[in-house]
Write a protein that binds this ligand. Structure first.
Ligand code: HEC
Length: 205
């Protein structure tokens, strides 16, 4: 066996030996300080107290990379959010982060948090009359007084709009589209969703 073969064999063995069996076992880590941050990071949860023990300089002998917070139920270093914190995902009442050019994504992802109850539709109608009807008209088909002059106002029953989901309309109200201006500064997300319900009623009439 040539020397190069032996080297190759040993190198291959080393590579295989570095593979871990368990899903939480990263196997042999070359330069572990490249994987594990010594400073606390909010989402790290290295719960193995011996992790990095061979470089540990701590008096209690705990591994250098052990940075799990024992007071957090998930062992994360992050603090547990205070009681009654509102998760970012719920309701869409936090700043709306889908960018203007991602209309298709908004249409796919957003779900109206308000059901189409008589009350919601009635409130949507009031808001629609204040913010939309002067351009889109009372029925959302023929343009209103301003729309006649402004020009290019889309009918809600046009093929491009009639089958679009509520998230599409919400995004258009929020960011505007083409010649239509954004309304995010005038209408809260909740008000926008109410208008969406009313526009959908108009579309079915
Ligand atoms: C200043 C006039 C004006 C106002 C006010 C206005 N719109 Fe529009 N809207 C337009 C114009 C113009 C278009 C056509 C946009 C384009 O494609 O260039 C449009 C398009 C739309 C569309 C179709 C979007 C698409 O996918 O093609 C919807 C839905 C819509 N508006 C809803 C509303 C709602 C709801 C309000 C009230 C919150 C509103 N608009 C207020 C002028 C207005």
């Amino acid at each position: 066996m040539k020397l190069s073969h032996i080297t190759l064999f040993l190198a291959g063995g080393l590579i295989l030996a570095s593979c871990g069996a368990g899903k939480d076992d990263p196997g042999r880590e070359y330069a572990p300080n490249m994987y594990h941050s010594v400073p606390y990071e909010p989402l790290t949860q290295i719960t193995d107290e011996s992790s990095g023990a061979w470089v540990s300089s701590l008096e209690n002998g705990v591994g250098e990379y052990y940075n799990s917070n024992p007071n957090n139920p998930n062992g994360m270093t992050m603090r547990v959010p205070p009681e009654n914190s509102v998760p970012r995902s719920r309701g869409g009442y936090l700043p709306y982060r889908i960018p203007k050019d991602s209309l298709e994504m908004a249409a796919r992802l957003l779900v109206n948090p308000l059901d189409s109850t008589a009350e919601v539709v009635a409130e949507g109608k009031v808001l629609y009359t204040r913010f939309c009807s002067h351009c889109h008209g009372d029925q959302g088909v023929e343009p209103g007084k301003v729309g006649e002059v402004y020009g290019g106002v889309t009918s809600y029953k046009s093929a491009a709009v009639v089958d679009k989901p509520g998230g599409h309309i919400f995004h258009v109200i929020t960011h505007g589209k083409g010649r239509m201006w954004p309304h995010a500064s005038q209408l809260s997300p909740e008000e926008r969703w109410k208008i969406v319900r009313y526009v959908q009623v108009l579309q079915k009439q």
